[in-house]
Design a protein around this ligand. Structure first.
Ligand code: NAP
Length: 286
């Protein structure tokens, strides 16, 4: 339980509604900044501005999954204007206050407070989160192709936390799955899962029959050479963090549909994703 703990949530998306609900249920005092367009009537959450907060009393500050942008603004889906969190304000927080963020942006790298926890650097969060990510990817694949996933040729780039969940999801639906990775150990494990291992260097030669190409590698990996060999009917789903890993200019030129699909858990399963965050944040606070 979080009895006696004061927590402020600054900005966020639909996942944070469930997160705040869970924190209230754990008996924390919860403040929310950047929720002017939400404000549940019966909720115990106190809707405030940053200026209203008593910094000394805060046990935790929860920033959006996307962190803070280069000017210190917090993405806020329920406010017309994103709240700004200055680095001075963060640095002035008590030493023991925990600052949670999804990812550590450049702006946060320059904050000197020592208790910053980047949730998505943690394997447990990233693995739990890969489940709704894979489900969201299946949703997009169904939505944007005229074929069944069953028997479709699906190529997944990357065999990390998300890549592995994608293999399970698409194999479970009967797709012919290939996976490209750079480590020999990953290629061996891909073989063990009964997917077809692909060397990244041979990617452009291996995609000619591909129906759905899913990228999880956060670097420009889907190059013009790769896209050139794709059939026009192939769908590219780019899951890698912004700016993604696809040469969108060339995809457009070739007439191949390519979709950058960030934030799938928040889109398809905000409640589950919020619960995951709440569970891990509560464990860390305690
Ligand atoms: P991860 O566990 O770190 O896996 C990344 C994969 O990419 C690994 O196979 C890694 O190979 C490979 N890789 C990284 N850099 C590479 C390079 N320069 N060349 C070749 N391979 C490279 O990450 P993850 O948790 O699976 O997440 C993957 C991406 O999806 C991230 O950008 C993450 O932010 C994003 N994501 C998006 C959503 C969404 O909703 N769209 C949801 C969750 C995550 P090695 O192991 O050999 O380094």
């Amino acid at each position: 339980m979080l009895t006696g703990k004061s927590i402020v949530v600054i900005g966020g998306d639909a996942r944070y509604i469930e997160l705040m609900h869970q924190l209230v249920m754990s008996d924390a005092s919860v403040f929310a900044v950047g929720y002017e367009e939400y404000q549940e009537k019966e909720s115990e959450v106190q809707y405030v501005t940053i200026e209203d907060l008593n910094q000394e009393a805060l046990d935790a500050v929860i920033l959006p999954i996307t962190g803070l942008d280069e000017a210190g603004f917090a993405e806020a889906h329920y406010a017309e204007k994103s709240p700004r969190v200055s680095s001075e304000w963060l640095n002035d927080l008590p030493e023991n206050t925990l600052i949670f963020t999804g990812i550590r942006t450049q702006y946060l790298n320059d904050v000197t407070h020592e208790n910053i926890v980047a949730l998505f650097d943690r394997d447990d969060i990233a693995i739990y989160n890969s489940i709704p990510t894979a489900e969201g990817t299946v949703m997009l694949a169904i939505q944007y192709t005229p074929i069944t996933i069953h028997n479709a040729n699906v190529t997944i780039l990357g065999f990390g936390r998300v890549g592995k969940s994608l293999v399970n999801a698409f194999q479970g639906l009967g797709a012919n799955v290939s996976v490209a990775a750079r480590k020999e150990t990953d290629l061996a494990r891909i073989f063990e899962t009964r997917a077809k291992p692909l060397q990244l260097e041979q990617l452009s030669e291996e995609v000619r029959e591909c129906d759905i190409l899913i990228n999880t590698i956060p670097t420009r990996i889907v190059t013009p050479e790769v896209i050139h060999n794709l059939s026009k009917s192939c769908l590219i789903l780019d899951l890698a963090s912004k700016p993604g890993g696809v040469d969108y200019r060339y995809a457009k030129k070739k007439g191949v549909k390519a979709i950058l699909a960030p934030g799938l858990p928040g889109m398809v399963a905000p409640q589950t994703a919020g619960k995951i965050l709440a569970q891990v944040i509560q464990t860390i606070i305690l």
